[in-house]
Design a protein. Sequence first.
Length: 399
Amino acid sequence: MSKHWFLWRAVNAQGALKTGRWLGNNTFEVQKLLKKEGYFPVIIKPQKICLRGLLQRSGIKWSRFARHLYSLLEAGIPLLQALEIMTSPRGNVSFEQKQWLNVKDSVLAGCDLSEALQQLKSPPSSYVLAMIKAGEHSGSLAKILNEVAVELEQDDAFRQKIRTALTYPSLLLLAVLLVLCGLSLGVLPMYERLFASMDVELPVLTKVIFVVGRKLPVILQVTAALLIAVLLSSKVWKLNRWQQYLKGKVRYLPYLGKVYLLKDLVQFTNILGRLLMTGIPLLEGLRLTSGTLQTSEMLTLTELLMQSVKQGNPIVDVLSASKIFPKEKTEMIAIAEEAGQLDKMFSHISQLLRTDLEYQLKQFTQLLGPALILILAGLIGLVAGGVMVPIFNLSSYLE
């Protein structure tokens, strides 16, 4: 049974009213835990899903957390006191402050920061947890938090760049749909009534256009509703199997699949390089990196690399046999593996692949815009032709 968060209000042995949030299977389990801790429960209720938590960009949230905590630790403030400052009440308690309160309580109970973050209902990515854990073991938590903040900010900036690049094609696609809806709601019904009143024999193309025009608004509404339902369901119920299925299908889309795979390569080399720089062993770094990948090809490659490392074989053998890892980058990895400089080489390759990804993305958006314009012109021409043919036939008949 999956656990859920429950909000509770209880009175302690001194008569003071306390509130909090605990993870449990049901209210009875939370009630037993409260009584075990010496609390007398007043209210226990399941926590409702917060829309803000669904729509918030997690990368920005965790980069803010890492940046804030880094600045406090760098100033010489102990971890527990830094968390106390971050959770100090300022008017209404925000959604984030409630999370940090849970983190502070866990650290106060003796947990490491990485363990406390992992206990959250929406924990950070495996990369963030691994970096923080490495910082705790090496005694350089502040430095690691700064690196995490920089990496998350760079990743969010790149995602924003992708969204900006896709804005123009998205507007063109919206224009195509609006034009089609306008034709189906305003123009086509008028001509259909005209031809019906004159008892004109319609060509097959014109009949198809009229039928599609009548059903197009309903089709678009149903499609939009299904897309919204799938997106909300994946956010609320974490439909990981469906998400992985859809992500795997994106790989086979023309050109976009190449961009998608290249993005995974950038993430793979970048995260693995940063993990190796913190002193994490290669096998553990590969395991943690696999949790951030999206395409099935990259997941399979990572599993093969882990098997090779377990057997004591060089990873360059697996990369050389791979069809998705660039051959020239494989040669660079081979040299770095012999020299014991895999961490620096993976980071360098990540920068090269990121440059290539930006170029491919630019090319994709430049091709997508004219393609959508051609599609729009073709559809309008098809509709115009289908409507004009009966008019020409009618004029010939009248003559």
